[in-house]
Write a protein that binds this ligand. Structure first.
Ligand code: SAH
Length: 371
């Protein structure tokens, strides 16, 4: 590291932090102190790392060494308790992160901040939806994030930083508080694979969220599905399938031209599942396009014999999206068709639709009206 240069510590592994403190002529155990303070105690400033001697903290200040948490610039709170966070990164780019306390809708009151915190402490369970890129390059035709195109990858520190910023804001700390993570926010995690995997290691070992409570969703970057299977520490895998055949899938997800359903399902069948683990297939239902009974039947045929479940999501609408949301009955019939042929299928309730926090709605929405 150059003297006088700005440096961000968040995103560094224990080994890297140890090298960092040794270069500053500090004992190597200070690396662990910084690691523990950033990832486990969720400090926002190096000055808050009370285990470090004052002189070392002063030196870090002089050298402009920072923790480097993203800054929460806006919060949109929905009546179901969902909070959509707009976060600003060091270079001025922004991403969105979503907090979803579990529990019955309506139980969380009017959606005020106090209610949201009550919701968590009542149920003691929440899910954070994390972004992996600024924008997205995959171009799924039903997704608002696609309209942004991809600006850049997030660093491991920016991925972990979203989680820590939300945990701090919600005053929640794993492992005592039960937090699930889904890497299903803006971007395609498998097109930022190395940073994503590094972030997962820091979230498991540092922030102490078990890997069994994490799920990563991919649009189907086949080579990285194989790579994920070889990672010693990894989330569960979800695949955005969204269609029962190549004709429909290519129309909805142009990436299907590169890796078609056969390729994708071959990788899925090869994926080494842990004990009792299942693959998840996500399926966005678009009225008249992929939501007919014949599509459900075709889907069960394709997934036959797999350790898998299907999560059904009725389209969350958005400006510039040329598809319609199916009615409730079509969704129920689709689900029943899958379940009747013994393919477990669940209907995902949209979370925070009115604040644009639901799947496929994340879009750095400074331009949207606040509620
Ligand atoms: N790029 C990754 C993760 C982000 S998308 C992926 O594609 O899996 C997370 C999920 O939201 C995907 O399953 C996607 O199919 C779904 N989704 C995207 N747009 C949606 C929309 N408008 N309504 C409902 N679900 C949507």
């Amino acid at each position: 590291m150059n003297k006088g240069s700005k440096t961000t510590l968040l995103g560094l592994e224990l080994q890297e932090l140890t090298e960092f403190v040794e270069e500053a002529a500090e004992p190597s155990y200070r690396g662990r102190q910084i690691y523990q303070a950033m990832y486990s105690d969720q400090v926002a400033e190096t000055d808050e790392i009370s285990t470090l001697p004052k002189e070392f903290r002063d030196q870090l200040n002089r050298r402009r060494v920072k923790v480097g948490l993203p800054e929460i610039t806006k919060k949109f709170i929905a009546s179901d308790g969902t909070v959509r966070y707009l976060m600003r990164l060091a270079d001025g780019e922004s991403v969105e992160t979503v907090w979803m306390p579990e529990g019955d809708e309506g139980e969380t009151g009017d959606g005020s901040e106090a209610d949201v915190q009550v919701a968590f402490h009542k149920w003691n369970r929440a899910t954070i939806c994390v972004s992996s890129q600024v924008g997205c390059a995959v171009n799924c035709q039903f997704c608002l994030t696609a309209l942004l195109e991809v600006k850049r990858n997030l660093s491991a520190g920016e991925i972990v930083g979203q989680v820590i910023a939300v945990l701090r804001d919600q005053q929640v700390s794993p492992p005592n508080d039960r937090v699930n993570l889904v890497f299903m926010g803006m971007g395609e995690p498998f097109l930022n694979f190395d940073n994503f995997v590094k972030a997962v290691r820091l979230l498991v070992n540092g922030v102490q969220i078990p890997e069994s409570r994490m799920t990563v969703s991919t649009a189907g970057i086949v080579p990285r599905i194989h790579d994920l299977g070889r990672e010693p520490v990894r989330p569960k895998l979800a695949i955005s399938l969204n269609a029962p055949n190549d004709e429909i899938r290519t129309r909805l997800m142009p990436i299907n031209k590169k890796w078609n359903i056969d390729h994708l399902l071959a990788a899925a069948r090869d994926f080494p599942l842990r004990n009792r683990e299942k693959l998840t297939f996500e399926y966005v239902l678009l009225s008249g396009v992929n939501d007919r009974v014949q599509h459900a039947r075709e889907l069960t045929e394709r997934l036959r014999g797999m350790q898998a479940k299907v999560n059904l999501i009725a389209l969350n609408p958005g400006p510039g999206i040329a598809f319609q949301t199916p009615d409730e009955q079509a969704v129920n019939v689709f689900q029943k068709t899958l379940v009747d042929s013994r393919l477990p299928a669940f209907i995902r309730r949209p979370r925070g639709r009115e604040i644009y926090a639901a799947c496929g709605q994340l879009k750095r929405t400074v331009e949207l009206t606040t509620h």
